[in-house]
Design a protein around this ligand. Structure first.
Ligand SMILES: NC(=O)c1ccc[n+]([C@@H]2O[C@H](COP(=O)([O-])OP(=O)(O)OC[C@H]3O[C@@H](n4cnc5c(N)ncnc54)[C@H](OP(=O)(O)O)[C@@H]3O)[C@@H](O)[C@H]2O)c1
Length: 261
C-alpha cells in the first residue's frame, strides 16, 4: 500500500534542516522528531547548535541516533558539502537560513544590503546542489519566503527582493527536478514570533524581555487574527510539504491572513 501523504509517513526518514538551531527551523526539527524522523541540523553558531541538538534529542525517540548537529555556513557550498558528506541517504531538506536587514533605499547600499539576498538565495541553492543526488523519488526541498513579497512596507524592498528570489528559485528548481520526482516548495511566512523578529522589534534589547513581548503583541495586533504566527505554526507547513508527494512548485502562505489586511 502506498504511504499516506501525511506527516506520520516521515517517520524514519532523514531530514536536513539548514538553519535548524533557532526559530522556524528549530520548530520544524521538533515536529519532525515528534513524528519519528531523523534530523540533521546545520547552523553556524556552535553553542546555539549544541543547545538545539539537545532540545531535538529530547523531542522524539532514539535520542542518541536520531539527531546530528553540523556546523557550517549554508551559503558556502564547499562547507555545506563537507558537513553533509557523512549522510548517504537524505530524504528531505528544509532551508531556513537567512539574515534580515531592513532600511530605506537611501541608507542601505549594495555592500551592506547584499547579505539579505545572498544569505537566503545561496543557502537554498547550495543546499539543493549539495543534496540533489542523494534525494530519492518523492524527496523534497522546502525553502522559506515571506509576506514582504506580496505586501512590502517602506524599508523592506531589498528583503522582498531576497524573498522573491527564493520563490523564483522554487519554481525553477521544481520544473528542473520534476522528471526525477523530486519536489521543491516554499513556505511564505507572515510575521512570525521568532528570535529573528524579536531582535528587530526589541531594538537590540533582550529579546525575551517584556518590552520585546509588548512589541511582538503590538505588531500582531494589526493583523486579521490579532497576533503574529508561532514558529511551530509555520513549521507545520513544512511537514505537509515534505509528506505530500503531489505538491511541487508551491508557495504556501502561512500568515494568518496578514496579506489580506
Ligand atoms: N520570523 C519571521 O517573521 C519571518 C517571516 C518571513 C520569513 N522569514 C524567514 O524565515 C527564515 C527563518 O527565520 P527565523 O525567524 O526562524 O530566524 P532565526 O530564528 O534567526 O533562525 C535562523 C536560523 O538560521 C541559521 N542561519 C542563518 N544564517 C545561516 C547560514 N548562513 N548558514 C547556516 N545557518 C544559518 C541561524 O543559526 P546561526 O546564526 O547560528 O547560523 C538560525 O538557526 C529566515 O530566512 C527569515 O528571513 C522569517
Amino acid at each position: 500500500m502506498p504511504q499516506l501523504p501525511l506527516p506520520q509517513s516521515l517517520a524514519g526518514s532523514t531530514v536536513v534542516v539548514a538553519g535548524g538551531s533557532s526559530g522556524i527551523g528549530l520548530a520544524a526539527g521538533v515536529l519532525l522528531r515528534t513524528v519519528g524522523a531523523r534530523v540533521v541540523v546545520v547552523a553556524r553558531d556552535e553553542a546555539k547548535l549544541a543547545a538545539a541538538v539537545e532540545k531535538l534529542a529530547a523531542a522524539g525517540p532514539d535520542a542518541n541516533q536520531a539527531v546530528v548537529g553540523r556546523t557550517a555556513d549554508a551559503c558556502d557550498e564547499d562547507e555545506l558539502r563537507r558537513a553533509l558528506e557523512p549522510f548517504d541517504a537524505i530524504d528531505h531538506v528544509m532551508v531556513t537560513a537567512g539574515t534580515l536587514i531592513m532600511g530605506p533605499l537611501t541608507e542601505i547600499d549594495r555592500k551592506a544590503g547584499s547579505i539579505v539576498v545572498d544569505s537566503r538565495l545561496w543557502a537554498a541553492y547550495s543546499a539543493a546542489r549539495v543534496t540533489e543526488s542523494r534525494l530519492p523519488e518523492g524527496g523534497s526541498l522546502t525553502f522559506v519566503s515571506g509576506d514582504f513579497v506580496r505586501r512590502p512596507v517602506p524599508g523592506t524592498a531589498l528583503a522582498a527582493a531576497g524573498l522573491g528570489a527564493i520563490e523564483a528559485l522554487t519554481r525553477g528548481l521544481a520544473v528542473e527536478l520534476a522528471p526525477r520526482r523530486i519536489r521543491v516548495n516554499s513556505i511564505r511566512a507572515g510575521g512570525t514570533d521568532t528570535p529573528l523578529i524579536r531582535s528587530f522589534l526589541g531594538h537590540g534589547a533582550d529579546p525575551t524581555s517584556e518590552s520585546a513581548d509588548a512589541a511582538i503583541a503590538a505588531m500582531g495586533a494589526a493583523s486579521p487574527f490579532g497576533r503574529l504566527g508561532t514558529a511551530q505554526e509555520v513549521a507545520a507547513a513544512a511537514l505537509f510539504l515534505m509528506a505530500n508527494p503531489y505538491v511541487t512548485g508551491s508557495i504556501l502562505a502561512v500568515d494568518g491572513g496578514q496579506t489580506l489586511a
